[in-house]
Design a protein around this ligand. Structure first.
Ligand code: PEP
Ligand code: MN
Length: 337
C-alpha cells in the first residue's frame, strides 16, 4: 500500500500516520521526493480496510500497489534512483561505463586493461576474481589475489571496482576491495545471498537470470531493498531463448520496461548478451539509444588467450572507437558519457 502525504502535513501528523500503520502491523519505508513524500506500507493484511488510513489527517491519498514488487516500483518512488559512488553517478544523465576483462588473470593484464578503461573515459573497472563457470574444469579465478590486483589497478587509474560475489562467506572479504557487488545471473534467485547483501551498504548490481522474467528480476531487487540496501542496480545480460546464433538473446526492451515500472537504474551488458565480439558494438549502441543508464563491456588485449570469455572481448582499439560512437548517440538523446 502506498500512502501519499499532504504537502503541508505536519510532523505531528506524519508521526501519527506512521504509528497507525505500525499498529496495523505494516512495515514502513519512507520515500521523500522533490514533489511529495510517500510512505510504503508493506505487509499483506487480508481484509484490511484501506479507508482506515485514508481518513487520517495529513494523508492525501492511499492506494494498493498491485505488483508483487513494491519498493522497486515507480508507484512507491516516482523519481529515478541515482546511485552515487565517490565521483560516479549511475542513473543520472551521464551514462556510466563499466569495462574490463571477464576474469582478472595477472597483474600485467589487469593494469594494462585498467589503463585502457581510464583512457577511454570509463570510470568503472570490471573483472571477476571468483569465476562461476559452466564447466568445473575451466579457470575458476585468482580469488583474493585477483581482488587485490584489481583494487590496486583501479586505484592507480582513479577507477571504481565492480566484481562478482558468489556466496555469503565471500561478502566480508569482497567488501574490502569492491565499490559495487555484482550478483551473477546464475545467482539472481539465491535468496539467502540476496538477504545477506541487503544488509550491506555497498551497491548491488543484479544481473538478470538466464531464464528470469522481468518481474522475477524485480523481485530479487525487492529482496535487497526490503532488507535495507537502497543501492540496487539492474543489469540486462541476455536471456536464454531458442536462438543459437548468439550466446543469449539481448532483451533490449527490458530497458524501457524497467524504466517505466521501476525507479532503479538499468545497465546493459551486450558482451554476455551476445557472446560474440562483432555483435557487441551494435548492441552497445542500441542499448544507449534505448536509455541504458550504464554499459558493461568486456575487453581484452589478447582475447585469443583470455582465460574466460575471449570470443566476446573487444580489443582496446575497438573499445575506444565504440566509446566515440556511444558519445554521439548519448548526445542525441540529451545524455553524456
Ligand atoms: C560476468 O560478468 O563475467 C558473468 C559471469 O556474467 P553473468 O553472470 O551475466 O553470466
Ligand atoms: Mn564474462
Amino acid at each position: 500500500m502506498v500512502v501519499i502525504l499532504e504537502n503541508n502535513a505536519t510532523e505531528e501528523q506524519i508521526k501519527n500516520i506512521k504509528q497507525h500503520l505500525e499498529d496495523f502491523g505494516f512495515q514502513i519505508h519512507e520515500s521523500s521526493g522533490v514533489q511529495r513524500t510517500i510512505l510504503g506500507a508493506i505487509g499483506v493484511k487480508p481484509g484490511f480496510d484501506i479507508r482506515k488510513v485514508r481518513i487520517l489527517e495529513g494523508v492525501a491519498d492511499v492506494y494498493r500497489v498491485t505488483s508483487p514488487f513494491k519498493l522497486a516500483s515507480r508507484k512507491f518512488k516516482e523519481e529515478k534512483t541515482v546511485i552515487k559512488i565517490k565521483d560516479v553517478e549511475i542513473g543520472g544523465s551521464k551514462i556510466a561505463m563499466m569495462a574490463g576483462p571477464c576474469s582478472v588473470e595477472s597483474e600485467e593484464q589487469i593494469f594494462k586493461l585498467a589503463e585502457v578503461v581510464a583512457k577511454s573515459g570509463s570510470k568503472i573497472l570490471r573483472g571477476g576474481a571468483f569465476k562461476p563457470r559452466s564447466s568445473p574444469y575451466s579457470f575458476q579465478g585468482l580469488g583474493e589475489e585477483g581482488l587485490r590486483l584489481m583494487r590496486e589497478a583501479a586505484d592507480q587509474y582513479g577507477l571504481l571496482v565492480i566484481t562478482e560475489v558468489m556466496q555469503i562467506d565471500q561478502i566480508e572479504l569482497i567488501s574490502k576491495y569492491t565499490d559495487i557487488f555484482q550478483l551473477g545471473a546464475r545467482n539472481m534467485q539465491n535468496f539467502s545471498l540476496l538477504k545477506e547483501l541487503s544488509k550491506s551498504e555497498i551497491p548491488v548490481m543484479i544481473k538478470r537470470g538466464l531464464a528470469a522474467t522481468i518481474e522475477e528480476w524485480l523481485m530479487s531487487a525487492e529482496y535487497i531493498l526490503s532488507g535495507g540496501n537502497k543501492n540496487v542496480i539492474l543489469c540486462e545480460r541476455g536471456i536464454r531463448t531458442f536462438e543459437t546464433y548468439t550466446r543469449n538473446t539481448f532483451d533490449l526492451s527490458a530497458i524501457p520496461i524497467i524504466h517505466n515500472r521501476s525507479h532503479l537504474p538499468v545497465v546493459a551488458d551486450p558482451s554476455h548478451a551476445t557472446g560474440l565480439r562483432d555483435q557487441v558494438p551494435p548492441m552497445a549502441r542500441a542499448a544507449v539509444a534505448a536509455g541504458a543508464d550504464a554499459l558493461m563491456i568486456e575487453i581484452h588485449h589478447d582475447p585469443e588467450n583470455a582465460l574466460s570469455d575471449g570470443p566476446q572481448a573487444l580489443l582496446p582499439e575497438t573499445f575506444s572507437q565504440l566509446m566515440q560512437e556511444l558519445r554521439l548517440i548519448a548526445q542525441a538523446i540529451g545524455k553524456t558519457i
